[in-house]
Structure formats: C-alpha cells, structure tokens
Design a protein around this ligand. Structure first.
Ligand code: ZN
Length: 695
C-alpha cells in the first residue's frame, strides 16, 4: 500500500505522512507481515534494524512495543514503552498500549487513567485512534459501575467513527436492550441551558462552556463550568452542568459535591429531586463505597476442607437455591432458618429472612449482603456450623450492581408450590414493610446520617429525600416492575406525588387504609371500622411513628368481642402495654397483660401465653417486683427449657434486680443447654453471666 505523502500520517500525530513516519513505515509494515506469517525471528530482526536506524523516534519504539506484546514478551514491550515516553512524554500511542496491557492484567483503574491520558494527547485529527481510546475508557467504566461515564465515552467514540459497529452494539446493549442499569442511569443526560433572564456577562461565560462541550472536549467544558460556578455560586444550573461534566469524566466524588451545591441552591422541587436522584446513581460507582447507602458487605472465607463443606451444605436446609452460575461458581442464598412448607394462609413473619447471598468457587466461600446486620448473623451461623471446613480471610465493602439493590427491595424468598395470588400478596407486603417501615428510619449517608422521616422537615434535606424517592421509584420500574406504587411512600412522607390523588382515598372515600398518612388515619371514624380495618389502621399508625393514633385503634379493638377470623390480639395489647410503660404506668401495663392473657386463653387457645408472660416478667422487674418477675420467668422456662434467648433475658433481668442466686440459676441452665448443643459462643456468654452473678 502506498500512502499520499501529504495526507495525515496514520500514526495519529496530526503531521503529514512525509514529515512523520514515511522513512520507516515500509520496514515496520514488513516486520508485522513476517509476524503474521509466523516468522517471529525475521520480524524481530527487521524491527531491531529500524530501531537502530531511528533510535530517537517515539513512534518506532511504540511499534516495537506492539510487536513484542504480540510475541507475548511483555517485559520487552514495557521497556519499549518506557523509551518511547522518555523521548516524547505526551506520546499518546504509548498510553493507549500501556492501558491495554494493564487492562489485560485486570488492573482496571490503572488502565483507565492511561486511556484517559491517551484521549487527551492524541491529535484531534486522529479519529480512529481517539475512537479506540474512548471505547476502551468506556469498557473500564463498565467494570467500575459508572454508567454516565460509560455512555459519554462511547458516545464520543461513535461521534468520531459513526459507522463503528462495535461501539454501536455496545451502546445498544448497555443502554437499550439488555441494560443492567436503571432508567435514570441509561438516560442520555444533557446540559441545562441558562435561564433566559440571566445577565449578559454570565450568558457569555455559559456560551463558552457549552461551546467547549459541543466539540467533545469534556475537560475544556469542565474547566469552563468550574469558572462559571466560582463566579456565580448560587447558579444551581451551572452546578448541575459541572456535576454532569465530572460524572461523564468518571469523577463521581467530585460530581457528588457539585450536585450537593446544586440542590442547596435550587429552588425548584422537581429539578432538585432530579439532581439528587442522579447523585444517588453516582454513589454506586467504584470508589464510592463509603458514601453509598446501598453498599454491600462481603465476607470471604478460604475453603480448607471441601468435602466437609460439601456435606454440610447438602445437609443444612438453610442453604437454598444453590446452582451453578455463568461464572462457574456455585451461587445461592443462606436463610436464617429452613423454609417452611407452603400453606394457604402463610404470613410474612413465618418466612425466614435472607441472611446472605452465597458464592462458592474452587477455594473460597463468599457471603454478601447490603444489610450488614443480617450479614453479621450469617457470619455467626456459618462460622459455628461450618467451622473446620473454612477459614475467615477478609471482610470488605463494595458498591453493588444496581440490580442487587433492586433485589434488596424485594428481600423475600418463598417456599415452592405457593399459590400465585398468595405469593403476590406476600411480595407486596414485604415491599411495603421495607419501604414504609424500614427505609424511612434508616440513617442515610445521602442525608448526612439523618433519617428520611426526620429529613422531610428540613428545607434542603427534604429536596434530597425527593431525589432518593425518585431513585427508588426508578428502581421499581427498571427491571421487572414491582407491585408497589411509590406515591404511597411520597404520600406518607408528605412529599408531592406524581399522581393527583392520595393513593389511600378516592373521591373522599377511604380505599386503602395501609396507604394513609397520619392526617387521613386521624380522620377515620373508629366505630365504622371492621376489626380487620382497626388492626390495619393500628399497624399503619405504628409504621408512621404515630403511637398515640395507633393506640386509639388498639384501644377500640381490644374492647370488641372475640373474633374467630382474627383471634390473636397480642399486637394491640402489646402496643398499649408499651404506651403505658412509656407513660411510666406499670400498674396499667400489668392490667393490660392480664386482660390480654385472658382474651388469648378464651379465644386463641393460649397461643400467645409465652409472649404475655415475658411482657409481664419485664414489667414486674421495672416496677420493682422481682418475686413476681421470677415466678413469670420460671413458668416460661418450664415451657421452653432450652430457649437461649429466654434464659439470657431471665438471667440478665434477675441480675439487674440484684437477685444473684436466681440469676445464677438461669445462667446455669443456659450454660448446660449451650454445652449440650456444642454452642461455644453461647456457652461463653452464659459463663460470663454466671461469673457476674457469683461476684
Ligand atoms: Zn506518524
């Protein structure tokens, strides 16, 4: 092939061929032809001659690196790249090649830095090389879970080479057809335009910034918006654009700071909500583990006895859904207890909680969960039941895949053979419990460790809650649609809804008590409600932390005659007992325990006897009546002789009341039971109690 000497050089330097690579182009071409024909030695010989003839040309050393890499002589390739960069520190091809070497070794953050340098140093006319470098940037950003940076990089690559099918297909796969991302992360975000009433000087600065971005020079646009925000720190839109620029460049931590400024300066709820939802997406990126509220904890054990592990896994029904995954590892889940059999009125509380996702490779057992309390439970369980087969190695934190967070919302495993409508009902209940009861009470990093329930009362934080709820809303729609209307959550938190009407009330008539907010609950007429509705209203009030309101419904419920459909009234009695205790009225609380127990004996076959006795024992302790407390504990222990929880509570309680002999008695029983079960952790605990009682 002969090249036009006055065309641009194919090496991407931006110079004319004649003044760049022409003197050695043919020889290098010849070396690579020999390589393709399997003549490795001949190829090397030619290349070494070129290097001798042009020892001070970076491009020659770069091509030599490429040749040695193809020959799998990586050290020699690295040395060539060192030499090339010594001769020409901004030699883009060397950064691209070195990036590829790191990439192949799995050193992704290092490879990414090198690729980004290459995109900075290639001449704008080197479209093919630039497109390749940007494509590689996107590939790394995929691994680092930064979808905005992926999309930006591949879009630039496509602008440089519109017919490149690899880039087209990658964009389609990751952002359309089989996207692993939620909709907010798939979206083609664009800069906000300047407000029409902005003063002309600022408009000029904006034009400059937008112009830089339009040419694909993201770093120029970045600098321009840094200047705009420095001059006009109250310009929310400029902060938004700066955040977007930083996110496109994969700098999620800095982008988050810009979005934080944006939300503080923003006066419009919708726009603030949009910015903070986007910020939440950025928290899933590599390096953001410490600021992500959905971060996943991971515990790794080394397998030391695979036979023993295999046998234990086979016999322990708490490990379920074990199957071979695409990666070759075996994956499954660990439940807190074995799954019960399906029956037609299975309730949510009967289902075991998911303690961890489990993965087993050749030599490692890995447990993961976004809920760290559950993961700690999983650790205890695994270490006591698989001891000897595994050895603890490390615990770490990582930003999860988005789909994992989606699974967290639907944190539920169901027994096989369960009817479809019951499964759907339980799923709905689980989501309601997670989103309306647990999530609003979490201390979130995205809210400066404030809970959503508290944050809605604060001007700026309230806008952040809007964004977080938008993110959750997006998650519920992005994969398999979840059976939950997020307006329920907005309504409960007092945030503006997407729909026009309250999800709880249609044309002034209550349709769904569980979706009500406190004001709607308060307006219900107790006498018009069925027993089941009263129970639901009480539960809904408790979820909203409206204890007094819940108490009103509980009080109404316990005065009603027994009901064969819902014979169990423990929840209602217990709520009132807790209210009485909070008001420092132990006598009233004890009266409620007695009344509750009577109702339970008459209508519920005494199924809740133990719960009431435990309540009673603790109230007696509080009220300074240790004899009665001891009697209640003894009744319980007689019925549940090896219940560790109970024995622990009894011993601790008597110890607090300074009844050492009785405390020691319960601790002895606990220690004996622990010894019988070979439970070392619990044995240690009871021995400590015993020592304290005898001190
Ligand atoms: Zn050249």
């Amino acid at each position: 092939m002969t090249l036009d000497p006055y065309a641009l050089c194919p090496c991407g330097s931006g110079k004319k061929f004649k003044w760049c690579c022409q003197p050695f182009y043919k020889d290098i071409d010849r070396a690579f032809t020999q390589l393709r024909n399997g003549q490795d030695d001949a190829a090397k010989k030619i290349m070494e001659q070129v290097v001798q003839d042009h020892p001070n040309t970076a491009e020659v050393w770069g091509r030599r690196a490429e040749l040695y890499w193809e020959l799998d002589q990586r050290d020699e390739a690295e040395r060539s790249l060192d030499r090339a960069l010594e001769l020409q520190p901004h030699y883009a091809t060397a950064y691209l090649l070195r990036g590829m070497l790191r990439h192949e070794e799995g050193e992704i953050p290092g490879a990414l830095l090198l690729y980004r340098k290459a995109t900075d140093y290639f001449d704008p006319s080197a479209r093919e090389q630039l497109a390749e470098a940007w494509f590689c940037v996107g590939q790394c950003e995929v691994m680092l879970n930064r979808p905005l940076a992926v999309r930006a990089a591949w879009q630039i690559a496509l602008n440089l080479q519109p017919a490149n099918e690899v880039v087209q297909n990658s964009l389609q796969k990751y952002f359309e057809t089989q996207s692993p991302y939620p909709t907010l992360a798939r979206k083609a975000w664009s800069f906000r335009s300047i407000a029409p009433d902005a003063d002309p000087q600022r408009a000029q600065a904006w034009d400059k910034a937008l112009g830089a971005a339009a040419t694909g020079k993201l770093t120029d646009a970045l600098r321009a918006f840094e200047q705009v925000t420095a001059v006009a720190p109250a310009d929310a839109d400029a902060w938004f654009n700066l955040g977007l620029c930083r996110a496109w460049l994969g700098d999620n931590a800095a982008a988050l700071e810009a979005f934080d400024q944006c939300v503080s300066a923003e006066l419009d709820d919708d726009r603030a909500g949009e910015a903070w939802a986007l910020a939440e997406i950025l928290r899933f990126g590599h390096g953001m583990e410490e600021s992500c509220d959905w971060a996943e904890r991971m515990v790794r054990y080394q397998i030391v006895d695979i036979q023993k592990l295999g046998a234990a896994l086979k016999n322990d029904r708490r490990f379920t859904d074990l199957r071979q995954m695409e990666s070759g590892a075996v994956g499954g889940v660990l439940l807190e207890r074995p799954m019960p059999a399906a029956h037609h009125n299975l309730a949510l509380f009967e289902l075991p909680k998911l303690l961890a996702y489990v993965a087993i490779t050749n030599n490692a057992l890995v447990l993961q969960n976004g809920n760290s309390e559950r993961l700690q439970q999983a650790r205890q369980l695994v270490e006591s039941s698989l001891g000897g087969a595994i050895e603890f190695r490390e615990e770490s934190l990582r930003a999860p895949e988005f789909v994992r967070t989606f699974q967290l919302l639907l944190d539920l495993r169901l027994p096989s053979g369960i009817a479809d409508d019951l499964a759907a009902k339980l799923m709905r209940e689980a989501i309601v419990q997670y989103l309306e009861e647990n999530w609003p009470r979490r201390h979130l990093r995205s809210l400066g460790m404030i809970t959503p329930l508290d944050a809605v009362g604060h001007a700026v934080l309230r806008r952040k809650v809007l964004g977080l709820v938008n993110f959750i809303d997006d998650l519920t729609h992005s994969y398999v649609p979840l059976p939950y209307n997020v307006d329920r959550l907005r309504h409960k938190l007092g945030l503006p809804m997407m729909g026009a009407e309250s999800p709880a009330v249609v044309s002034g008539k209550p349709v769904d008590i569980s979706a009500m907010n406190a004001a709607e609950l308060a307006s219900l007429n107790v006498d018009e409600l069925s027993d089941a509705d009263l129970e639901l209203a009480m539960q809904t009030g408790r979820r909203l932390d409206a204890s007094e309101l819940a108490g009103k419904f509980a009080r109404a419920l316990i005065t009603r005659p027994g009901n064969a459909q819902s014979p169990d009234r423990f929840t209602a009695f217990n709520h009132l007992i807790q209210l009485a205790l909070a008001a420092d009225q132990p006598e009233e609380a004890l009266g409620l325990v007695e009344a509750g127990m009577k109702h339970d004996c008459e209508h519920n076959e005494g199924r809740r006897r133990n719960d009431y006795d435990l309540c009673g024992a603790q109230i007696y302790l509080k009220a300074g009546q240790p004899e009665q407390a001891h009697a209640a504990f003894c009744r319980l222990v007689e019925r549940l002789p090896s219940n560790f929880d109970l024995l622990g509570k009894a011993s601790e309680g008597m110890l607090r009341a300074n009844r050492r002999a009785e405390a020691a008695e319960f601790a002895e029983k606990g220690a004996a039971a622990a010894r019988a079960k070979g439970d070392k952790d619990r044995l240690g605990y009871f021995e400590e109690l015993l020592a304290a009682a005898k001190r």
